[in-house]
Design a protein around this ligand. Structure first.
Ligand code: KIV
Length: 287
């Protein structure tokens, strides 16, 4: 059973935490059982990230995942975490072509999945889409620095803002997002000093993944912290558990017990009453 938090986490709750200097914890989740555990652990925010494309669906990038698949994940997460602040991550090409597309797809996360907000990647170049979504009454979280949906343009998964010019552009992106109405923004793979400058340049919530300790909150990908995604572990990850060998061990034991007929045991069986069995035998005899 999900242990209920007393009150639902809202944007004012998050701003109150910022005002008190209380760091906000944020994790990704893609399904019901993990969302339940995150809620029970008191994690304030959950991102239904398009990282699902890689860590759940086994793709090499975040690009292939669709709106329909993201909505299915978001619905499951919402059910598992009713009081957490759940954010739906807009997948590649769900907001790029037009402001109409952006508003319609953002609306789906709110209406079909019951999300509290949406997140999208980019700064100046998508500020018009952000404004259109905010004008429709949907809270938006920005995402700048390393933006995986445009990793091809950025030359791969690299730290961003390492030279003065790219750092200046990132500050412009942050200001454009704030002007367009975001309630917060995520900085990914950004040097700590640049994060500090961005935090001083805008007044909205600042979250980091590989952006140093000075943010209002931190996010990591759940599969990374649980040791469930062995393909690649970024420098900014701390692994809090290594579940892969634990799961592998359980699977091997199961396979062995099926093979050696130790499973199922007596306690896993269902019975039919003796008189019902006799009746059945008679019926079968009569043909
Ligand atoms: O999709 C995702 O998981 C993200 C991470 C950077 C947190 O956007």
């Amino acid at each position: 059973m999900t242990e209920q938090r007393k009150e639902k986490i809202t944007i004012p709750t998050l701003y109150a935490m910022k005002a008190k200097g209380e760091p906000i914890s944020w994790l990704t989740a893609y399904d019901f059982p993990i969302a339940q555990l995150e809620e029970q652990a008191g994690i304030e925010m959950i991102l239904v990230g398009d990282s699902a494309s890689m860590v759940v669906h086994g793709n090499e990038s975040t690009l292939p995942i669709t709106m329909d698949i993201m909505i299915a994940h978001a619905k499951a997460v919402r059910k598992g975490a009713p009081t957490s602040f759940v954010i739906g991550d807009m997948p590649f090409m769900s907001y790029h072509a037009s402001a109409e597309d952006a508003v319609r797809n953002a609306g789906r996360f709110m209406k079909e999945a019951g999300c509290d907000a949406i997140k999208l990647e980019g700064g100046v170049r998508i500020a018009d889409k952000v404004k259109a979504i905010v004008d429709a009454g949907i809270p938006v979280m920005g995402h700048i620095g390393l933006t995986p949906q445009s990793s091809a343009m950025l030359g791969g998964f690299k730290v961003q803002g390492k030279d003065a010019e790219s750092a200046r552009k990132m500050i412009e992106d942050a200001k454009a997002l704030e002007k367009a109405g975001v309630f917060g923004m995520l900085l990914e793979c950004v040097p700590t000093k640049v994060t500090q400058i961005i935090k001083q340049s805008v007044s909205v919530l600042i979250f980091g993944i590989g952006a140093g300790p000075g943010c209002d909150g931190q996010i990591l990908i759940i599969h990374d912290i649980l040791g469930l995604y062995p393909c690649f572990t970024p420098k900014f990850v701390r692994q809090y558990a290594n579940l892969s060998p634990v799961i592998l061990d359980a699977l091997k034991k199961y396979k062995d017990e099926v093979r050696t007929k130790k499973f199922p045991a007596k306690e896993h069986e269902f019975a039919i009453k003796e008189e019902e069995l006799k009746k059945l035998e008679e019926v079968l005899k009569r043909g």
